[in-house]
Design a protein around this ligand. Sequence first.
Ligand code: ATP
Ligand code: MG
Length: 499
Amino acid sequence: MEKKPSINIPEEVSRVPEELKKAGFEAYLVGGCVRDVLSGRKPKDWDVTTNAQPEKIERLFANTFYENDYGTVGIVNEDISDETLKVIEVTPYRIEGKYSDKRRPDTITFAKTLEDDLKRRDFTINAIALSIEKISGETHKFSIIDPHGGSIDLTKGIIRAVGKADERFKEDALRVLRAVRIATEMKFVLDKDTEAALIADGDLLGHISAERIRDEFVKILMSDMPADGLRLAHKLGILKYILPELEEGIGIEQNKAHAFDVWEHLLKTLQHSADKKWPLHIRLAAILHDISKPETRRKNPSTGEWTFYGHDVVGARKVRVILERLKFSHEIIDKVTRLVRWHMFFSDTETITLSAVRRLATNVGPENVWDLMNVRMCDRIGTGRPKESPYRLRKYQSMIEEALRSPLTVGMLKINGTDIMSICELKPGREIGYILHALLEEVLENPELNTKEYLENRANMLAKLPIDELKKIGEKAKLAREEEDEKIVEEIRKKYWVK
Ligand code: ATP
Ligand code: MG
């Protein structure tokens, strides 16, 4: 056992094994969190394993809940902002019974020893236990229990199955995908035997539920090198269980403007979205935006050039089917299909009109316009073209902001023409417009005046003025409003340094 002085475990975590040990049980941090801590990464979640039974675990902590599946007890840390520390999961040592569905053991049996528990884990780097011993106050002594050589594989950068790889993949086929996902996240390589078994057993992924596959797929997408991950999945013959449509793009050459085939272009677009640290829906749109290029490709007989007419429309439909199959949320499906549907938007800042930008915003949804811009930038880089000129980018941004801003209109008022007619007992006529403009001017000066009560009062006063005087006030207000509007547009353009 070796001492690891640089290890830093949050108090919210270390208190859990400490309490268990005080009560006379064994308790260790185990699994992904140990792997991540030993390699200087931030764990996504924290797991503790112990020889205590679930009821005993529950009794030791104030706020717990019972997760019946594996006898796991969640220990809740209240009032903590770090998502990863909210629930610490404590699972009794276990061995697994027979698997008949390639995914879940038919029976869960508690194990007597830590060693038995480590034996049932998937990869050596995930089968290290970390013992924490409090020496005094903040000082802890750490030691690892590592019967499968996980810490050596961790330093060498190797994913190696615990025990016989072939047996382990046959027990639970999800491990096939976990291997690729973890290799991608950690930038590790697969051990030779593990890789051979993985290739042999890859087809067992057909037994795994869409949700489980989706979760691993998302983790690959959200890693630093998602393109490498999908390439690896393809090489090992398992991409067809995640996104077979992507492989249809292999060898689909495009025109001279595109340096790459569709497959390579989509991977490069995805990689750029990861380099930019964009969220999941943008990464999905990046990898899927040209998914229908293979089936829409035609040769233009006169020019001999390839065309892909309608690949955006057909693609959006196909993307919906794909994302539904993978059981993504409706919110994600909606966003990604819109981004794919509109990714071909016309974007020449020299000739595009504000109304075209406004129409685009309505189509893709105002809340998605910026995301669409980002997808487009990834698309551009993925095509092998240089970055958009800074001026053109700023011009786009300025135009979008102009198109999206709510103009200053009488519609902003808490009162309308009909209200005014009934309050002031007026018939339809010019007066109504004058009054509305005068009120808007006041509200723009002082937004607090935009209440029904105030405006009704003011309308009554204005209505009593001679028509000539009211006309003067109304027209002056309208002019002032138009000038104000222009000023706002100027401000936006100034902000982006564009004309
Ligand atoms: P992440 O960083 O995504 O949390 P992880 O390896 O910690 O990755 P978890 O689902 O949190 O994944 O699982 C915690 C631990 O449980 C793993 O490190 C591994 O020891 C064990 N484990 C998880 N899934 C399997 C599996 N399918 N087969 C065997 N052991 C598994
Ligand atoms: Mg984990």
